[in-house]
Design a protein around this ligand. Sequence first.
Ligand SMILES: [Zn+2]
Length: 516
Amino acid sequence: MSTQIFLYNGRIYTGDITRPWVSALLIEDQYISAIGESHEFSPSISRDNISIDLEGLTVLPGLCDSHLHLSDWAKKIIQLNLSRSKTYEDVLQKIMDYNKGQEWIMGWGWNANEWGEYVVPSASDLRFLPEQTKAIFFNKDYHTAWVSYPVFDLMDTRLLLDNIKKGRVLLDEKGKPSGILKEDAMNELLTPIIRNTESPVFSDPEKVFKELYKAGITTVHSIEDYENFIKYQELYQNPSKRGPRFRSYIYWDDHDQLEKMIMKSGGQGAWFEFLGVKIFLDGSLGSRSAAMRFDYIDKTAESYLKYDSKELESILDKSRRHHWDMMIHAIGDAALEQFFNAAAHIKGNYRLEHVQFIPDDLLNRTLWENLTICINPSHLPGDIALAEKIWGKENCRYAYNYRDLWNTGANVIIGSDAPVEDINPWKAVHAALYRQPYHEDKSWYPEQSLTIDECIDALTVNPSKSVRKENLAGKLLPGMVADMIVLSDDPFESEDLQSIETYLTIIDGRIVYSVL
Ligand SMILES: [Zn+2]
């Protein structure tokens, strides 16, 4: 006997253009078995059946967060949040209050661009901590880390010297590391240290997954290292431990292991999947290192291209030979151009991340229709002032040009980039629609806005398309998996998207979260 869930008297958005709205939907086991109007269904009488009168509430297909770092985000839930501090003094005060003599203090979210005056934090300012305290504080975009002196003792000396030489470990006036690590220095020096601290997603998965259900997220595309990927694989083998549908890209740094395991992208199933590898082509706006084809106005900024063209082509070629899809971080136009030039020679399944600056000549490239582009609109409100300041106002008509991007025919999807930004998908949608700086009403290049329909596609059907699962998920149609959410407000009509709450989350025909 199958388990049925019957939803009726609702406003159910199917995602199908021929019949976008229905009022009732029947789930049998993992699948949607029928859709229609409430009066067309006759209630069946079985003990296992659940009937829910939606009383007019809106139902959407479950949302996919197409770019997040789930293990890191889970750590963030329990770490010191420095993102609300508006001065360096306040940041130091928060650390002081948080200090209870622990061996490790980790935090995130400090943003020197938001402190009235641009201050570079230093290890010597952390001297108030007990002498052996190991402290690591990531900046808002996770491209810079600020650490206490004892953390340097844990680093590989050769790598440390190498990174000092390359200018990625800043020095104080005495020639000693000042406490700031940038870009690759962070990955090379801190990753091995932090790896030893386990993510709570493995020790307390239920707690972490609940936060996702609450946000209406039923599928994730998570960026992970190989070691964590294997831990997820183990976790998901147990059906009672599973969270949202988990699909993952693995950092290129770990490609040796993938090669050894002979892993290929895709096809592993509806719940759990290896999607491919992730590479970075450039830095970021917040760390003033995105690769631009023009000079930064700000002299402290510098374009950073990680690979030369030959290296990039050899990575793309290797990935193609191993049947790995590629997730490619490209923020500036110089990085985007480098990708287009390389991809002209080497075919592959490519998706690009962020893509925050697309001038006309690149919009006219021919490859777009074969690409998936993942945007992170939640970055936008906090980036507007900085983009104008360091890229220049004139240039900014090409910044975050979502309308231009959508018109290229690329498959556009939306990710939160959590833990860098909030996990709440409606914050991203709000930013893509209104393009406003925080606490301001004025829209920035409003002609580049997306519509609500487009945003919902970018959170539902388009991610399914990007992983070749458009017949399985992303719409509410008979035969598709029963992944859906019931919302407090209809996003198509809502005046206040950011306050939308999830009342009910169903994954694979199972209610995983409910406040109804
Ligand atoms: Zn990211």
